[in-house]
Design a protein around this ligand. Structure first.
Ligand code: RIB
Ligand code: NA
Length: 298
């Protein structure tokens, strides 16, 4: 997705027009954000996606290259436009987003077939819901066949997610509002997050992480199903857009390169990385490189 971002004092109400103070265009989209964060941590990455044969698509492919990401599995189509996200960020760094997935929705069997070669060498596959759910499911199934660890991020969330997604997730990672949509219950506190993470685990995931913004996250796994709160250090947030993607990209990096770390430690480290991203404007523009990390994370 190309992000079209307006900063305004607050989010507008229905039917209302308000003045914003800044506009910019950036590279976004959950999958790409996650891939870029993993690459900046030092991971060897490949992106599997589809963009349009348009200027946004051309620029995006160059952006992958600039971040050292393989574009062997990035396709361009003339049948739809590159995905776009209209984003409004308020003065406290909160946001509201509309995505028009466009070319992303045309990613299908042909591209999955092509990526099998890369999958057989991979350690981790990350999937989201900004492509057709059927394509994500097929990719997760293929990862299982190749004994590749899976991280599934059910975003944007839907209330009727296919039950197979849970069973195919080694790590099922969502934020509090996504957990609310998936389960139909309110998630406001760490305690709520613990309760919903247990329910999500019960649907067949290997482990579950529910991220809670400034409150860090809650983790649990099939081996240790007692929910654990992993707090994070307080920072002043400028723009929280894509912080969850930064978390997931960092998580994937540590999972691939430091496979002996505990789930708690993976989450603690991912908290630190995402905490750096919220202190800067935009999504990928705010993601740290390995050199920006505190020494204890190197
Ligand atoms: O998670 C943040 C991302 O969601 C943005 O970059 C936007 O493109 C939407 O996909
Ligand atoms: Na940011």
């Amino acid at each position: 997705m190309t992000d079209l971002v307006s900063q305004a004092p607050r989010l507008p109400r229905v039917g209302e027009t308000i003045h914003g103070h800044k506009f910019f265009i950036g590279f976004g989209g959950k999958g790409a954000n996650q891939c870029v964060q993993a690459a900046r941590m030092g991971a060897k990455t490949a992106m599997v996606c589809k963009v349009g044969k348009d200027v946004f698509g051309d620029n995006y492919i160059q952006n992958f290259k600039n971040n050292g990401i393989s574009t062997d599995y990035v396709e361009q189509t003339g049948d739809a436009a590159t995905g776009a996200a209209t984003i409004i960020v308020n003065d406290t760094g909160e946001n509201a987003i509309v995505i028009v997935a466009g070319a992303n929705m045309l990613l299908g069997d042909a591209e999955l077939l092509k990526m099998q070669g890369a999958l057989s060498h991979a350690k981790v596959l990350i999937c989201q819901l900004e492509i057709s759910p059927d394509t994500s499911l097929k990719a997760l199934r293929a990862a299982r066949e190749h004994h590749v660890k899976t991280i599934f991020n059910p975003a944007p969330a839907v209330p009727d997610l296919s039950p197979e997604f849970y069973k195919l997730s080694d790590i099922f990672c969502c934020n509090e509002s996504e957990a609310e949509i998936l389960l139909g219950e309110t998630v406001a506190t760490v305690e709520d997050a613990g309760k919903v993470s247990l329910k999500l685990l019960g649907r067949g995931c290997g482990s579950v992480i529910v991220t809670l913004g400034s409150q860090g996250c809650v983790v649990l796994s099939a081996q240790d199903s007692c929910p654990k709160h992993i707090p994070t250090t307080k920072v002043t947030s400028v723009d929280t857009t894509g912080a969850g993607d930064s978390f997931i990209g960092a998580l994937a990096f540590y999972l691939a390169y430091y496979p002996s770390l505990s789930l708690e430690e993976l989450a603690r480290r991912a908290n630190v990385v995402a905490g750096l991203s919220v202190q800067k404007e935009g999504t990928q523009t705010s993601y740290p490189y390995q050199r920006d990390l505190p020494e204890e994370l190197l």
